[in-house]
Design a binder for this molecule. Sequence first.
Ligand code: DC
Length: 221
Amino acid sequence: MTKSVIAIDGPAGAGKSTIAKMAAQKLGYIYIDTGAMYRAVAWRVLQEYTPPVSTEQIISVLDDIDIKLSYDENKNMRVETNGTDVSAAIRTPEVTALVSQVAAVSEVRTKMVELQRAMAKCGKVLMDGRDIGTCVLPNADLKIFLTASVEERANRRARQMKEKGYDIDVEEIKKDIIARDEADMNREISPLKKADDALLLDTTEMTIEEVLAAIVKMAQD
Ligand code: DC
C-alpha cells in the first residue's frame, strides 16, 4: 500500500532535506520542509532586531508573518516571507545561529504546527522536520527517523556550505551541529526524538541513492 502522508524527522545535517526532496519527487508528493519555516521566522526576527534577542522580540514578529512555500519549474523550493523571496537568505550562518532559539518558543511552534497541518491536508505529502512524527502528524502513514554520525553530518554540511560559496571549517560545523542537537533534543516543547512507531534509518554508511531507494521502498511496501 502506498502511504499518502510521510513524516521524516532527524537531527541537523542528517540529509533530510536533500533526501526528502528527492523522495517526494520520485513518489510524486508535495515536499514540505518545516525547518525552512522556522528559518523564515528567524530571518524575520533578524530583520527587526539585532542579537541577542529576547523571547518577546521573537513572539512580536508572529503577528503579521506570512510564510509561503512554493516550487519553481525546476522543482526548487521557494520560501516567501510576507512577499519577499528568502529562499537563500534563510540558509545564512546568522539565521542558522538563531533558529534553535526561535524554534524553542512555544508561540512560534503553535503557529508553525497549525500551518503545517493545514498544508498536509492536501494529501500525498512528505514533510520533514524534528517533531513531525511525534507532534505535527502523529497519524502519518509512514514515519522515518533519519540519522547519521555527527562526523558524517558535519562533513556533509561542510560540503553543502562550500558548494554555496561559504568557507567554513568542518570542526566549527561539528560544534554547531552538536549544539543544535542539544538544543533541539532538550527543549521543553516537542523535542527532537524518534517516534515509537518510526523506522530508524542510519545513513552514515549509505549513499544518497541507497537512502532514496530505501525510503521509496518503505513508502511503497
Ligand atoms: O532542518 P533545519 O536545519 O533547516 O532546521 C532548522 C531548525 O528548526 C533546527 O534547529 C530545528 C528547528 N526545527 C524544529 O524545531 N522543528 C521542525 N519541525 C523543523 C525544524
